[in-house]
Design a binder for this molecule. Structure first.
Ligand code: SF4
Length: 361
Protein backbone atom coordinates (compact mmCIF):
# COMPACT_ATOMS: atom_id res chain seq x y z
CA UNK A 1 0.00 0.00 0.00
CA UNK A 2 1.25 3.48 -0.82
CA UNK A 3 2.13 5.75 2.08
CA UNK A 4 0.11 8.61 0.59
CA UNK A 5 -3.38 7.76 1.83
CA UNK A 6 -2.42 7.24 5.51
CA UNK A 7 -0.20 10.31 5.32
CA UNK A 8 -3.03 12.54 4.07
CA UNK A 9 -5.44 11.08 6.58
CA UNK A 10 -2.97 11.79 9.39
CA UNK A 11 -2.46 15.34 8.09
CA UNK A 12 -6.19 16.05 8.00
CA UNK A 13 -6.35 15.28 11.73
CA UNK A 14 -2.96 16.58 12.88
CA UNK A 15 -1.89 19.50 10.68
CA UNK A 16 -0.03 22.19 12.62
CA UNK A 17 -2.08 25.29 13.23
CA UNK A 18 0.00 28.08 11.75
CA UNK A 19 -0.96 31.69 11.06
CA UNK A 20 -0.19 31.43 7.33
CA UNK A 21 -2.50 28.45 7.08
CA UNK A 22 -5.44 30.21 8.70
CA UNK A 23 -6.84 32.79 6.23
CA UNK A 24 -4.45 31.55 3.52
CA UNK A 25 -3.58 33.80 0.60
CA UNK A 26 -0.78 33.70 -1.97
CA UNK A 27 0.81 36.73 -0.29
CA UNK A 28 0.81 35.07 3.16
CA UNK A 29 2.15 31.81 1.70
CA UNK A 30 4.93 33.64 -0.14
CA UNK A 31 6.03 35.65 2.92
CA UNK A 32 5.91 32.60 5.21
CA UNK A 33 7.89 30.44 2.79
CA UNK A 34 10.62 33.08 2.46
CA UNK A 35 10.76 33.53 6.25
CA UNK A 36 10.98 29.76 6.72
CA UNK A 37 14.08 29.48 4.50
CA UNK A 38 16.87 28.48 6.93
CA UNK A 39 14.68 29.34 9.93
CA UNK A 40 12.61 27.28 12.38
CA UNK A 41 8.83 27.68 12.53
CA UNK A 42 8.92 28.75 16.20
CA UNK A 43 11.22 31.66 15.37
CA UNK A 44 9.19 32.70 12.33
CA UNK A 45 5.82 32.91 14.12
CA UNK A 46 6.39 36.24 15.90
CA UNK A 47 8.03 37.81 12.85
CA UNK A 48 5.24 36.68 10.54
CA UNK A 49 2.56 38.24 12.74
CA UNK A 50 4.51 41.50 13.08
CA UNK A 51 5.08 41.55 9.32
CA UNK A 52 1.39 41.05 8.51
CA UNK A 53 0.38 43.79 10.94
CA UNK A 54 2.82 46.20 9.26
CA UNK A 55 2.72 45.03 5.62
CA UNK A 56 -0.64 43.27 5.23
CA UNK A 57 -0.53 43.09 1.42
CA UNK A 58 1.68 43.35 -1.62
CA UNK A 59 0.82 46.99 -2.24
CA UNK A 60 1.72 48.12 1.28
CA UNK A 61 4.98 46.18 1.14
CA UNK A 62 5.93 47.55 -2.28
CA UNK A 63 5.59 51.12 -1.04
CA UNK A 64 7.56 50.54 2.21
CA UNK A 65 11.08 51.84 2.58
CA UNK A 66 13.99 49.46 2.97
CA UNK A 67 14.96 50.62 6.47
CA UNK A 68 11.47 49.83 7.78
CA UNK A 69 11.59 46.37 6.19
CA UNK A 70 15.10 45.60 7.49
CA UNK A 71 14.21 46.88 10.97
CA UNK A 72 11.25 44.54 11.16
CA UNK A 73 13.44 41.67 9.98
CA UNK A 74 16.21 42.39 12.51
CA UNK A 75 17.15 39.24 14.42
CA UNK A 76 15.77 36.83 11.81
CA UNK A 77 19.08 36.69 9.91
CA UNK A 78 19.80 36.17 6.20
CA UNK A 79 18.83 39.76 5.49
CA UNK A 80 18.92 39.37 1.72
CA UNK A 81 15.55 37.64 2.17
CA UNK A 82 13.98 40.87 3.43
CA UNK A 83 15.48 42.93 0.63
CA UNK A 84 14.35 40.34 -1.91
CA UNK A 85 10.77 40.39 -0.58
CA UNK A 86 10.71 44.15 -1.02
CA UNK A 87 12.23 44.03 -4.50
CA UNK A 88 9.90 41.24 -5.58
CA UNK A 89 6.85 43.11 -4.26
CA UNK A 90 7.84 46.19 -6.28
CA UNK A 91 8.43 44.05 -9.36
CA UNK A 92 5.02 42.34 -9.03
CA UNK A 93 3.28 45.69 -8.57
CA UNK A 94 5.07 47.12 -11.60
CA UNK A 95 5.16 44.20 -14.06
CA UNK A 96 2.63 41.58 -12.91
CA UNK A 97 -0.54 43.59 -12.26
CA UNK A 98 0.04 43.39 -8.50
CA UNK A 99 -0.41 39.59 -8.53
CA UNK A 100 1.78 36.83 -7.18
CA UNK A 101 2.50 34.46 -10.09
CA UNK A 102 0.76 31.11 -9.90
CA UNK A 103 3.28 28.78 -11.55
CA UNK A 104 6.66 27.45 -10.46
CA UNK A 105 8.24 28.59 -13.70
CA UNK A 106 7.28 32.25 -13.14
CA UNK A 107 7.75 32.23 -9.38
CA UNK A 108 11.42 31.25 -9.75
CA UNK A 109 12.01 34.48 -11.67
CA UNK A 110 11.26 36.53 -8.54
CA UNK A 111 14.19 37.68 -6.40
CA UNK A 112 14.72 35.33 -3.44
CA UNK A 113 12.53 32.52 -4.80
CA UNK A 114 14.42 29.31 -5.55
CA UNK A 115 13.01 26.02 -6.86
CA UNK A 116 11.85 24.80 -3.42
CA UNK A 117 10.11 28.04 -2.45
CA UNK A 118 8.51 28.31 -5.90
CA UNK A 119 7.19 24.74 -5.67
CA UNK A 120 5.88 25.31 -2.14
CA UNK A 121 4.01 28.51 -3.12
CA UNK A 122 2.68 27.06 -6.40
CA UNK A 123 1.41 23.88 -4.75
CA UNK A 124 0.05 25.39 -1.53
CA UNK A 125 -1.43 28.63 -2.86
CA UNK A 126 -2.34 27.60 -6.41
CA UNK A 127 -2.63 23.81 -6.40
CA UNK A 128 0.10 23.14 -8.99
CA UNK A 129 0.99 19.43 -9.02
CA UNK A 130 4.60 19.87 -8.03
CA UNK A 131 6.56 18.31 -5.16
CA UNK A 132 8.40 20.74 -2.86
CA UNK A 133 11.45 19.00 -1.43
CA UNK A 134 12.79 20.58 1.77
CA UNK A 135 14.95 19.22 4.60
CA UNK A 136 11.98 17.52 6.29
CA UNK A 137 10.94 15.77 3.10
CA UNK A 138 14.52 14.67 2.37
CA UNK A 139 14.69 13.07 5.80
CA UNK A 140 11.30 11.31 5.56
CA UNK A 141 12.05 9.91 2.09
CA UNK A 142 15.62 8.93 2.95
CA UNK A 143 14.24 6.87 5.82
CA UNK A 144 11.09 5.53 4.23
CA UNK A 145 12.88 4.36 1.09
CA UNK A 146 16.25 3.68 2.77
CA UNK A 147 18.12 5.99 0.38
CA UNK A 148 21.83 5.34 0.65
CA UNK A 149 23.11 8.29 -1.36
CA UNK A 150 23.73 11.40 0.77
CA UNK A 151 20.45 13.34 0.71
CA UNK A 152 22.22 16.55 -0.32
CA UNK A 153 24.38 14.99 -3.03
CA UNK A 154 23.23 15.53 -6.64
CA UNK A 155 22.29 11.81 -6.92
CA UNK A 156 20.44 11.83 -3.61
CA UNK A 157 18.58 15.04 -4.51
CA UNK A 158 17.60 13.63 -7.89
CA UNK A 159 16.31 10.38 -6.44
CA UNK A 160 14.31 12.03 -3.66
CA UNK A 161 12.81 14.59 -6.03
CA UNK A 162 11.78 11.84 -8.47
CA UNK A 163 10.18 9.77 -5.70
CA UNK A 164 8.37 12.79 -4.26
CA UNK A 165 7.00 13.72 -7.67
CA UNK A 166 6.07 10.13 -8.60
CA UNK A 167 3.97 9.67 -5.44
CA UNK A 168 2.28 13.07 -5.58
CA UNK A 169 -1.52 12.63 -5.63
CA UNK A 170 -2.78 14.81 -8.48
CA UNK A 171 -4.91 17.70 -7.30
CA UNK A 172 -3.68 17.36 -3.70
CA UNK A 173 -0.14 18.67 -3.98
CA UNK A 174 -0.57 21.36 -1.31
CA UNK A 175 -1.81 18.89 1.30
CA UNK A 176 0.80 16.29 0.28
CA UNK A 177 3.75 18.69 0.56
CA UNK A 178 2.54 20.15 3.84
CA UNK A 179 1.76 16.70 5.26
CA UNK A 180 5.35 15.61 4.57
CA UNK A 181 6.69 18.84 6.06
CA UNK A 182 4.60 18.34 9.21
CA UNK A 183 5.49 14.67 9.48
CA UNK A 184 9.18 15.58 9.30
CA UNK A 185 8.76 18.35 11.88
CA UNK A 186 6.56 16.47 14.37
CA UNK A 187 7.14 12.70 14.00
CA UNK A 188 10.06 11.86 11.74
CA UNK A 189 12.33 14.28 13.59
CA UNK A 190 16.12 14.43 13.06
CA UNK A 191 16.76 12.75 16.43
CA UNK A 192 14.61 10.04 17.98
CA UNK A 193 11.77 9.87 15.43
CA UNK A 194 8.48 8.79 17.02
CA UNK A 195 8.00 5.76 14.80
CA UNK A 196 5.26 4.29 17.00
CA UNK A 197 3.02 7.22 16.12
CA UNK A 198 4.01 7.47 12.49
CA UNK A 199 1.18 7.00 9.99
CA UNK A 200 3.53 5.52 7.36
CA UNK A 201 5.53 3.19 9.63
CA UNK A 202 4.18 0.00 8.05
CA UNK A 203 6.47 0.06 5.02
CA UNK A 204 9.22 2.30 6.32
CA UNK A 205 12.52 0.63 5.40
CA UNK A 206 14.63 2.48 7.97
CA UNK A 207 12.26 1.44 10.76
CA UNK A 208 12.32 -2.18 9.58
CA UNK A 209 16.12 -2.17 9.59
CA UNK A 210 16.44 -0.11 12.78
CA UNK A 211 18.61 2.48 11.02
CA UNK A 212 16.43 5.58 11.40
CA UNK A 213 19.27 7.58 12.96
CA UNK A 214 21.60 6.66 10.07
CA UNK A 215 19.29 8.20 7.47
CA UNK A 216 19.54 10.57 5.77
CA UNK A 217 23.16 9.84 4.91
CA UNK A 218 25.11 13.05 5.38
CA UNK A 219 27.86 14.52 3.23
CA UNK A 220 31.18 14.73 5.09
CA UNK A 221 31.21 17.92 7.14
CA UNK A 222 33.91 20.54 6.78
CA UNK A 223 34.83 22.60 9.78
CA UNK A 224 33.78 26.22 9.16
CA UNK A 225 36.69 28.67 9.12
CA UNK A 226 37.11 30.96 12.11
CA UNK A 227 37.84 34.67 11.60
CA UNK A 228 39.08 37.27 14.04
CA UNK A 229 37.33 40.57 13.42
CA UNK A 230 37.71 44.05 14.90
CA UNK A 231 35.19 46.89 15.12
CA UNK A 232 35.64 50.54 16.04
CA UNK A 233 33.25 52.60 18.11
CA UNK A 234 34.43 56.00 16.93
CA UNK A 235 33.15 58.78 19.15
CA UNK A 236 32.66 62.45 18.43
CA UNK A 237 30.58 64.96 20.38
CA UNK A 238 28.54 62.28 22.12
CA UNK A 239 27.75 60.47 18.84
CA UNK A 240 29.18 57.29 17.34
CA UNK A 241 29.98 56.53 13.73
CA UNK A 242 27.98 53.89 11.85
CA UNK A 243 28.61 52.57 8.33
CA UNK A 244 25.95 51.06 6.11
CA UNK A 245 27.01 47.86 4.37
CA UNK A 246 26.67 47.61 0.58
CA UNK A 247 23.18 46.48 -0.52
CA UNK A 248 24.23 43.00 -1.65
CA UNK A 249 26.02 40.19 0.16
CA UNK A 250 26.23 39.29 3.82
CA UNK A 251 24.15 41.60 6.05
CA UNK A 252 23.57 43.81 3.00
CA UNK A 253 22.05 47.23 3.75
CA UNK A 254 22.47 46.86 7.53
CA UNK A 255 24.40 49.32 9.69
CA UNK A 256 27.53 48.38 11.59
CA UNK A 257 30.45 49.70 13.55
CA UNK A 258 33.25 49.95 10.97
CA UNK A 259 36.14 47.50 11.07
CA UNK A 260 37.07 44.19 9.50
CA UNK A 261 38.92 40.90 9.52
CA UNK A 262 42.41 40.44 10.91
CA UNK A 263 44.89 39.53 8.18
CA UNK A 264 48.25 37.84 8.32
CA UNK A 265 50.17 41.09 8.03
CA UNK A 266 48.40 42.65 11.03
CA UNK A 267 50.68 42.64 14.11
CA UNK A 268 47.78 42.72 16.55
CA UNK A 269 44.15 43.73 16.89
CA UNK A 270 45.04 47.41 17.14
CA UNK A 271 46.96 47.45 13.87
CA UNK A 272 44.21 45.44 12.19
CA UNK A 273 41.64 48.02 13.24
CA UNK A 274 43.79 50.96 12.15
CA UNK A 275 44.35 49.38 8.73
CA UNK A 276 40.68 48.54 8.28
CA UNK A 277 39.56 52.05 9.24
CA UNK A 278 42.08 53.61 6.87
CA UNK A 279 40.85 51.34 4.02
CA UNK A 280 37.20 51.76 4.85
CA UNK A 281 36.99 55.40 5.92
CA UNK A 282 40.30 56.94 4.79
CA UNK A 283 41.17 58.22 8.29
CA UNK A 284 43.58 57.45 11.12
CA UNK A 285 42.25 56.44 14.51
CA UNK A 286 43.69 56.02 17.97
CA UNK A 287 42.53 52.72 19.39
CA UNK A 288 41.39 53.02 23.01
CA UNK A 289 39.62 50.89 25.57
CA UNK A 290 38.19 47.52 24.58
CA UNK A 291 34.42 47.25 24.48
CA UNK A 292 33.93 43.51 24.59
CA UNK A 293 34.51 40.28 22.74
CA UNK A 294 31.63 38.81 20.72
CA UNK A 295 31.26 35.40 19.11
CA UNK A 296 28.91 34.59 16.27
CA UNK A 297 28.40 31.73 13.81
CA UNK A 298 27.26 32.47 10.25
CA UNK A 299 26.33 29.66 7.85
CA UNK A 300 29.81 29.08 6.47
CA UNK A 301 32.14 30.63 9.03
CA UNK A 302 32.48 31.73 12.62
CA UNK A 303 33.80 34.98 13.98
CA UNK A 304 35.18 36.36 17.21
CA UNK A 305 34.84 40.12 17.12
CA UNK A 306 36.76 42.52 19.36
CA UNK A 307 35.28 46.02 19.69
CA UNK A 308 37.26 49.07 20.79
CA UNK A 309 36.49 52.69 21.50
CA UNK A 310 38.43 54.79 18.99
CA UNK A 311 39.21 58.46 18.55
CA UNK A 312 39.72 60.24 15.26
CA UNK A 313 42.85 62.31 14.84
CA UNK A 314 42.11 66.01 14.90
CA UNK A 315 40.35 67.31 11.76
CA UNK A 316 39.99 63.87 10.14
CA UNK A 317 36.78 63.42 8.15
CA UNK A 318 35.67 59.81 7.48
CA UNK A 319 34.59 58.96 3.92
CA UNK A 320 32.32 56.03 2.93
CA UNK A 321 35.02 54.35 0.79
CA UNK A 322 33.67 50.83 1.27
CA UNK A 323 30.14 51.43 2.49
CA UNK A 324 26.88 52.87 1.18
CA UNK A 325 26.70 55.69 3.71
CA UNK A 326 27.98 56.91 7.07
CA UNK A 327 25.97 58.30 9.96
CA UNK A 328 26.88 59.92 13.26
CA UNK A 329 24.24 58.51 15.60
CA UNK A 330 23.34 59.53 19.12
CA UNK A 331 23.32 56.59 21.50
CA UNK A 332 19.57 56.80 21.99
CA UNK A 333 19.09 56.70 18.19
CA UNK A 334 20.95 53.41 17.66
CA UNK A 335 17.78 51.32 17.83
CA UNK A 336 16.50 53.06 14.68
CA UNK A 337 19.37 51.63 12.59
CA UNK A 338 18.82 48.01 11.48
CA UNK A 339 21.87 45.90 12.44
CA UNK A 340 23.10 42.32 12.54
CA UNK A 341 23.29 40.43 15.83
CA UNK A 342 26.83 41.32 16.88
CA UNK A 343 26.54 45.03 16.09
CA UNK A 344 23.25 45.16 17.95
CA UNK A 345 24.97 43.62 20.99
CA UNK A 346 27.59 46.38 20.85
CA UNK A 347 24.86 49.01 20.43
CA UNK A 348 22.98 47.64 23.43
CA UNK A 349 26.11 47.69 25.52
CA UNK A 350 26.72 51.30 24.50
CA UNK A 351 23.16 52.20 25.41
CA UNK A 352 23.69 50.64 28.83
CA UNK A 353 27.15 52.00 29.46
CA UNK A 354 26.68 55.38 27.80
CA UNK A 355 24.78 56.47 30.87
CA UNK A 356 27.79 56.10 33.18
CA UNK A 357 29.91 58.54 31.21
CA UNK A 358 31.93 56.12 29.02
CA UNK A 359 30.94 58.04 25.95
CA UNK A 360 31.39 61.60 27.10
CA UNK A 361 33.99 62.98 24.77
S1 SF4 B 1 8.51 5.04 10.67
FE1 SF4 B 1 9.93 6.31 11.77
S2 SF4 B 1 11.68 6.59 10.40
FE2 SF4 B 1 9.98 5.80 9.18
S3 SF4 B 1 9.05 7.62 8.32
FE3 SF4 B 1 7.94 7.12 10.20
S4 SF4 B 1 8.98 8.30 11.80
FE4 SF4 B 1 10.30 8.28 10.01
Amino acid sequence: MSFVAPLLEWYAANARILPWRSCPSPYRTWVSEVMLQQTQVDTVLAYFNKWMARFPDLETLASADETAVLSLWEGLGYYSRARNLLQAARLMMRDMQGQIPSTTSTLVTLPGVGPYTAAAIASIAFGEDVAAVDGNIRRVFSRYFDIQEPARSPEGEKRIRALAQAHLPLGRAGAYNQALMDLGAMICTPRMPVCDQCPIRLNCQARKLGIQEDRPVKLPRQKPPHLTVTAAVIRRNGRVLLAQRPPHGLLGGLWEFPGGTQEEQDRDLESCLQREIMEELGVKVRVGQPLGKYKHAYTHFKITLFAFFCELSCGEKPQPLASEALAWAKIDELSAYPMGKVDRQIALRLTKEGADGHLSN
